[in-house]
Unconditional design. Sequence first.
Lengths: 306, 316
Amino acid sequence: MSVIRALLLILAAAAAAAACVRAVRMLRDLPRRRLLALARETLCDAPGGTGISVLYRCDEERLRLPSLLDVGYACYEVVAVLDAARCPEVFATLESHYRLFRAAVPAACDLPVGTLRGLYRSRKRCFRRLVVVDRPCDTPAADLDAAAAVASYEYLLPVPAACRLVPGAVERLVAELSLRSHCHTVLIRSVAGVPAMLLSRDAVIVAGGFARKPWRHVPHRCRATLYAPLFRPAVRVRRRGLRRGAAVVLALSVAAAACAGWWVVCAVLLAVTAAWCAALLGAAASAAEGGPAVRSRFRVKNFTVS
Amino acid sequence: MMHDLALLCCAAEAALVVGLVAAAAVLRLRRGRRAQRDAALGRLYLRIVMHGLLTGMRRAPAFPRIGRTGARGVLAQVLARLASAAYGLDAGLLRRIVRTAELEPYLLRRIRRSGGVRRARYLSLLARLAPDAAVGAAVARYASDRSRSVRFAACLVQLAADPSQALRLLACWPEPLTAYELAAVASMLRRGMLPVAYEPLLASPHRNLRSLGLCIVRQFGIEEAEEALLRIAASDAVPEIGCEAVRTLCALQRPLCRSGVLRRLRSMGRAERRALLRCMAAEGYASDALPELFDRDERLCYESLVGSYKCELVCP
């Protein structure tokens, strides 16, 4: 029994320490975000020619495409994968809205792409950064492999399901990459908000595709962790009442455990509370400042592909 | 023993929870009140500065509430962003505003009192406000700071204060400049704060100066630098700079079937060659323009890449 108690105590202490470290790192990221926000005009020049391809599985809704395309960075493109046979109305809407034309499907050079029905680009100059891949519905990893195979740039950013890009996220990634241009960064992982990662194309090719989980094969010296959110949920559900209720229940449980003298239970409950508070602090820090407060007047920039 | 440990753990965790809740509350409060106040003040100051610039005002305008806490910081940010985003501004008026609002002493004070990334941020603000030689001398001691971002921001202030020392300062920089740092120097250069003289940079024995020269050639699209680029691609001792010269030639859409480029291509890895092929396809090089050194697989891959940019006339 005492072994279990000791184990619980150690776990609680470790969880609390992890929450503390995470909170400190989130707070330490704030001045860095302000410094990089000051250098937005520097980042617009695509330092070092760093390019980012966003890989997006286009499902039932197409609402997220405009927000993905609305990024003020030059070397950037969105590769959307969808099954035109399965959702013809979505494809028809995309085709008419972006005035897509069919281009030749590139040969599979580095990655297994499976069957590609077609590759489409936009006739409109303002949407030249959009590439649409039509392929039969498959696993998420296979879709991402197909998107990576036709992507033009060296860094790949898969979009998590039902998420939107946070304003300024691409610029932040470019800043981090160009600040580390001498260390050959292969993987940037964001642990704030929705977990996401930016991978170099080489890492994906060496691993043999997204199905093989390429992030596991990246050496630690080539990794970087970002304490700023890159994506946020597309639909924000406000559960203020539920949150308050949970906080009250947690506080009462802690008080009851303390009154009863169950200190190990109290320590575990307090560790849970600390982890929750660290998450709240992270959300507050993410929303605090750093990102570009002023959005562009034009929804999509008039950049060419290269 | 176990009881005491559990009590200790509870106490520490309770203190941590209180600290986290307090920090979250402070952040939310700052986000709510201070950010709104700063945003309103920033809009007001921007309007005043723009009015002064557009009407050709000779004297520095008055800024309301400039004595309040944080107001000088807001004005410094407004001026820095304006100077970064616009070209050909009346530098005289901006200097007068900086002098009248005592922004330089304010920023130097903040730089002295802060450290790390915050210090780098205040130094970056100062670098954008066209500082004079005295300010450049005042920040010289931060050139040996522990933090690389502070050292570089101090270097930027010195560059802005005395552009004639630009080559010496960049040549003295002990580490290879990152892409971000090169872009920061190039953006100063674009604002007219430094001279655009790429030739001595490309011929320089210092790696950082050659990198900056390549960055300038690429950003300004200087096609006259082709011979120098070919020389660097053929014989530069630093492989990264040689590859960068080839990519710069590609960005300038110059012919790549040249001996210098071929020599560099031989030493490039497979991934680098593929990346170059993708760059070439995006720049619109024809399949015939491929140098002979690419093998059959790479040629086929390139042809399909080029096809993926063109409209398919015959649909299956």
